[in-house]
Design a protein around this ligand. Structure first.
Ligand SMILES: [Zn+2]
Length: 427
């Protein structure tokens, strides 16, 4: 056997069993070979001592934008994977809103081939419609055969209900989900921030919560009607959480994700006119932030995903109205999860880790996310008490558009292991 290694001394965070205690993990042939919870710790040569640290299955971010092909100045598959492992993510699913869009088997193949040289595992998401134009269905089954793990027109909502119905019907047969960016463009039209008291004060055009909620309701109903599987991307409103809660109670096949920025930041911050706060869906109110946290706690929201969206400085230096939407998130996610959710006792360690490992793995049918014997040896090692300040100079992403620069966070990924190889280490 090659690639043998023993990780010892850490507390393991097992998102499947909820076990949160000491164990030794034995790795061989790039896979988990044995998990040893006995008191006697490994002292064998080659054992790596991770005392004081937490060892989790490798984090999976099911919603990132890698900008290749098309905007390699902002991010590439390679640089995005570097940012991923620096943030503790061993795998990412990349969205198809590249230029051109990933709407063909060739596009999916391109990503998979480029990803071979990347440090993290990269799984492509295919477009639902050709060019993400919302007019004709893309060859989804062909893309699935080539390796697409889900389908989405992310970046904008699929306005056409008939196409959403057909897409859910096609994918039902192969049990892949639609990842729905829920937003009716006629209701959102022209908005640059949340429609609220703050948008009125600032004189900015608002995007009302109903622009999201109406499509969440439609997609839940279509999932129920077709028996297909829908995953609601970046839930941002209190009303969306409530719709998903009701749907789950009725056993509709719906899952959902929330981003660190939507459980941390409110629209009031936009008084600063910092364009790094301009995201889609927009930052909402305190009430929405609280509902998202409650939704995470209650399991209504299954996944924490970053919606990592790199943009160049030139693009973000425009006036707020004209700047593009999005912020990078891979390298700040775990710090925000620990600081905002775990330290504030919203989620326990196993609960938080489940939303970044086993839950996205199950939704996308991916390997990993657990400590099962035979699973890939992908791990994230966290220093749970490490305090650090987010610095622009530390970002491995090619883009620096983060509103969290200068913020003090607790908890950081100090080592990332993919397939038994250390791909990132601060220790
Ligand atoms: Zn989106």
């Amino acid at each position: 056997m090659n690639n043998e290694m023993v990780l010892t001394g850490a507390k393991i965070v097992d998102p499947v069993t909820g076990y949160f205690g000491p164990a030794d993990i034995h790795i061989a042939d790039h896979k988990i070979f044995r998990v040893d919870k006995k008191k006697k710790r490994a002292s064998a040569k080659g054992a790596m001592n991770l005392k004081g640290l937490y060892l989790c299955p490798g984090f999976i971010d099911m919603h990132v934008h890698l900008r290749e092909p098309g905007r390699e100045d902002e991010e590439t598959i390679q640089s995005g994977a570097e940012a991923a492992v620096a943030g503790g993510f061993t795998a990412v699913a990349c969205m198809p809103n590249t230029e051109p869009a990933l709407d063909s088997a060739e596009g999916i193949k391109f990503v998979i081939e480029r990803a071979r040289a990347a440090r993290a595992r990269v799984y492509p998401v295919g477009a639902i419609t050709v060019g993400r134009k919302g007019e004709t269905l893309a060859p989804m089954l062909e893309m699935a055969d080539t390796g697409a793990v889900a389908f989405s027109d992310d970046g904008s909502g699929l306005q056409n209900g008939h196409l959403m119905r057909r897409a859910l019907e096609y994918l039902r047969a192969i049990d892949l989900p639609i990842i729905s960016h829920c937003e009716y463009s006629d209701l959102a039209s022209g908005g640059v921030m949340n429609e609220s008291f703050t948008s009125t004060v600032l004189g900015m055009k608002g995007i009302p919560p109903i622009a999201e909620e109406l499509m969440v309701a439609r997609d839940i109903m279509l999932a129920e009607y077709t028996g297909g599987r829908v995953h609601i991307a970046h839930v941002s409103t209190c009303g969306s959480v409530e719709l998903i809660r009701r749907a789950k109670r009725a056993r509709v096949r719906v899952t959902a994700e929330a981003t660190p920025h939507h459980f941390t930041l409110t629209d009031e911050l936009i008084r600063s006119f910092n364009t790094n706060l301009k995201v889609n869906p927009p930052l909402r109110t305190r009430k929405d932030v609280d509902a998202i946290k409650k939704g995470l706690k209650e399991g209504i929201i299954d996944v924490i995903a970053t919606d990592h969206a790199p943009h160049s400085i030139e693009e973000k230096e425009m006036e707020f109205d004209y700047a593009p939407c999005g912020m990078i998130g891979l390298e700040t996610a775990i710090g925000l999860v620990v600081t905002e959710l775990i330290k504030k006792r919203i989620l326990s360690w196993p609960e938080a880790v489940a939303k970044m490992t086993v839950n996205p793995a199950r939704i996308l049918n991916l390997p990993g996310g657990t400590f099962e014997v035979g699973a890939p040896a992908d791990f994230t090692v966290i220093d749970p008490t490490l305090e650090w300040v987010v610095s622009k100079d530390d970002f491995r992403s090619l883009s620096k558009n983060s509103p969290f620069i200068g913020r003090k966070l607790t908890g950081r990924a100090v080592m990332t292991i993919v397939g038994g190889e250390i791909v990132h280490s601060l220790i």
